[in-house]
Design a protein around this ligand. Structure first.
Ligand SMILES: O=P(O)(O)OC[C@H]1O[C@](O)(CO)[C@@H](O)[C@@H]1O
Length: 429
């Protein structure tokens, strides 16, 4: 991690106030023992997944009903490690397994899935921590009635539920209908749930190496707490890296930088953007605090939004993600044989073009005095993905601590849900 244009925001680790805030935060994390922080539910979950492997193997299609944290993480994993278009392009198609994420209320899409998917080979995976999200539950009812009609004798076998361990409508439905199910551990909210069954069931289904993904999260956790222990022992030791990042986020906000650009130059990780947007917004956007996450994908968004980033209000800080070892595919190397004015591109691989573009954007942002944190990833595999997701979650929690807010709730969202429910109740017979 390297910071630019942020010298004025330094949070010196020798400052007694900073030391106090940091040690207090570490103690709180150790005391709270939240499942996301401890990951202590993982061994049991891995054993349960092992037992379910044979059952999942019966199906070719996973129809995921869920929204927000119940869909964005699985979608990010799919895009990164099992993109559906990859199979369209691969004639030998190990294209056995498909994930269809129904995370919006789009009647056409749901109806197409129901009409066109082979139902016997389709597993409906309903994911909702609360078990009461209107969009998810409505789509669950529609799928249930359709499967009951089309597969009257066996329909229950095609339903799998991921929800709270004890509470909520979906937990009752699971018991009443004898569905197979896995829990979302208590106190593991939607945007932190990628490390439980919410992320791992779709990953297992698609053949993604979910064990390495979890290894990445574990590695991040162990590194973070080792750095914390060393800092607690002697505050002259380096500040834990994620505190540095949270400090950058916090102090840019405190200095009027109201937007945080998440500029991602790792095309394979494109869906990380939407996942991060929820994490940052719902965790920090409360009590008049927070910064608005604006996500961008390189190089595409250079050609749409970069102008504004560089030259509009100077209220933007940036997290800038690049990979240091981009895959060099021989098919994507330009030959020597080029027109004179393009000779400078001779023998360049497409990944070098991405690197050069990323470097150009980063340098120009730095030249425009934009506070920027650059994160360079040596790998982009499942393990690296698990690691960065855990680190971004932890950074968000640390930033919330500096802001003095609770990162785990999202109370303002409830109002619109109540209004929508009231409207539907009024119109019901
Ligand atoms: O998993 P659930 O409980 O259906 O919630 C879906 C999403 O809705 C929210 O509660 C916001 O309404 C998110 O925090 C959550 O990820």
């Amino acid at each position: 991690m390297k910071f630019y244009n942020s010298e004025k925001f330094a949070y010196p680790c020798e400052d007694p106030l900073a030391i106090h805030a940091i040690t207090e935060c570490i103690e709180k994390l150790q005391e709270e023992k939240l499942p996301f922080v401890t990951l202590d539910f993982i061994p049991q979950l891995l054993a349960e997944l092992e037992n379910l492997t044979e059952y999942f193997a019966r199906f070719d299609h996973l129809l995921l009903l869920g929204i927000g944290g119940s869909a964005l993480g699985p979608h990010a994993l799919q895009q990164a490690f099992s993109p559906q278009d990859k199979y369209v392009l691969t004639p030998d198609a190990q294209m056995k397994k498909h994930l269809w994420v129904i995370d919006n209320v789009n009647a056409g899409h749901l109806a197409d899935c129901l009409k066109n998917l082979p139902l016997e080979k389709t597993l409906v995976l309903t994911v909702s921590k609360s078990g009461s999200t209107l969009e998810t539950i409505s789509q669950y009812f529609i799928c249930k009635q359709y499967f009951q009609k089309m597969l009257p004798a066996t329909w229950q076998n095609n339903f799998f539920i991921i929800t709270d361990e004890e509470k909520g409508f979906l937990r009752r439905e699971t018991t009443d209908n004898n569905y197979k199910s896995l829990p979302v551990p208590a106190l593991l909210g939607g945007r932190f749930s990628i490390f439980c069954a919410v992320g791992l069931v779709p990953a297992l289904f698609l053949g993604i190496d979910y064990k390495r993904f979890i290894q990445g999260a574990m590695e991040a956790k162990n590194e973070f707490f080792a750095e914390c222990a060393s800092y607690q022992e002697n505050c002259q030791n380096p500040l834990p890296r994620l505190f540095e990042l949270a400090n950058f986020a916090y102090s840019t906000m405190a200095n009027g930088y109201s937007e945080l650009i998440f500029f991602n130059y790792i095309p394979k990780w494109s869906s990380l953007n939407n996942w991060f947007r929820q994490l940052w917004s719902e965790s920090l956007g409360k009590n008049g605090q927070g910064s608005t996450p604006v996500t961008a994908l390189g190089t595409v968004d250079q050609h749409s939004i970069l102008q504004l980033f560089l030259d509009s209000k100077p209220n933007k800080a940036v997290l800038f993600l690049t990979a240091s070892a981009m895959e060099k595919n021989a098919l994507c190397t330009i030959s020597k044989n080029l027109p004179e004015e393009w000779k400078w591109l001779a023998e360049k691989n497409i990944s070098e073009i991405l690197d050069a573009e990323a470097n150009g954007t980063k340098q120009s942002m730095i030249n425009h005095h934009i506070p920027l944190c650059s994160m360079v990833f040596p790998k982009t595999d499942e393990q690296a993905f698990g690691k960065i997701m855990w680190e971004l979650c932890m950074t968000t929690i640390l930033t919330a601590h500096f802001l003095g807010i609770n990162p785990y709730d999202q109370p303002a969202v409830e109002e619109s849900k109540k209004i929508a429910k009231a409207t539907l109740s009024q119109n019901s017979n």
